[in-house]
Design a protein around this ligand. Structure first.
Ligand SMILES: N[C@@H](CCC(=O)N[C@@H](CS)C(=O)NCC(=O)O)C(=O)O
Length: 224
């Protein structure tokens, strides 16, 4: 079976699938869409996904248009290296954490980073309403970091001692925060996000552990 993944370099949701494919030890072709020309909004791509979002995965006529649906399908289609555990209880535990990362970690990251990385906004002056919005977004992201930090107190990966779908979802979100720290330090540091992340040693160690897994290097956005 030929698997083709349509994605954009650095897209966190596309990255989830790259990690899932890597954890499962599969081979695939990546078709990188150019964000600079808004290729994901082209008629050709909309024919594949009318919502014009990435990732999209094609496999012998099957077209899947959602990162979590893709991870679930990969796991049912290829039994080796399970992403969602082996038993019903393990699956429930991993699904719970995967969806918490999708809902809460993802939203918290996006709310803070979209204005900084996508809109290119500077840090607003203290005492302004706009700064209050930034501070509230930073506080929400810190809360998600604390949640992860506690989870990782006595286990190597988000859902236990082996990598799972929850790591595939959490890693791109946390790695994107690191990217913002590296490229927009003058904004991120006053909001309490710095590198090395002394505040969150478990999260930092986990991030390095996931990054060091076999094949992970090849999933990194080449322009980073
Ligand atoms: N639920 C979708 C969300 C996908 C999504 O938000 N993709 C972003 C990139 S990370 C996208 O394509 N954005 C382009 C746009 O909205 O124009 C999934 O998880 O696959």
């Amino acid at each position: 079976m030929t698997i083709t993944l349509h994605t954009v370099s650095g897209s966190p949701r596309g990255w989830r699938v790259l990690i899932g494919l890597t954890l499962k030890g599969l081979e695939w072709d990546t078709r990188l869409l150019q964000l600079s020309t808004m290729e994901h909004r082209s008629d050709a791509f909309r024919a594949l996904n009318p919502r014009a979002t990435v990732p999209v995965l094609e496999a012998d006529g099957l077209v899947l248009r959602d990162s979590i649906a893709i991870l679930a399908w990969l796991d049912r289609r290829y039994q080796k290296h399970p992403l969602f555990g082996g038993t019903a209880d393990e699956a429930a535990h991993i699904w719970q954490l995967t969806l918490e990362c999708c809902d809460y970690l993802r939203d918290a990251g996006n709310n803070l980073l979209a204005p900084i990385l996508l809109a290119g906004r500077p840090l607003p002056k203290e005492g302004t309403a706009e700064r209050e919005t930034f501070d509230a977004a930073a506080a929400a992201l810190h809360a998600e970091y604390r949640w992860l930090e506690n989870l990782l107190d006595d286990q190597a990966f988000v859902a236990g001692d082996t990598p799972s779908a929850a790591d595939a979802v959490a890693f791109p979100e946390i790695r994107l925060v690191q990217r913002a720290v590296e490229t927009k330090n003058e904004i991120m540091a006053p909001l309490g996000f710095d590198e090395p992340p002394v505040r969150y040693p478990n999260v930092a160690a986990w991030k390095d552990r996931v990054a060091a897994l076999p094949g992970m290097e090849a999933t990194m956005p080449p322009h980073w």
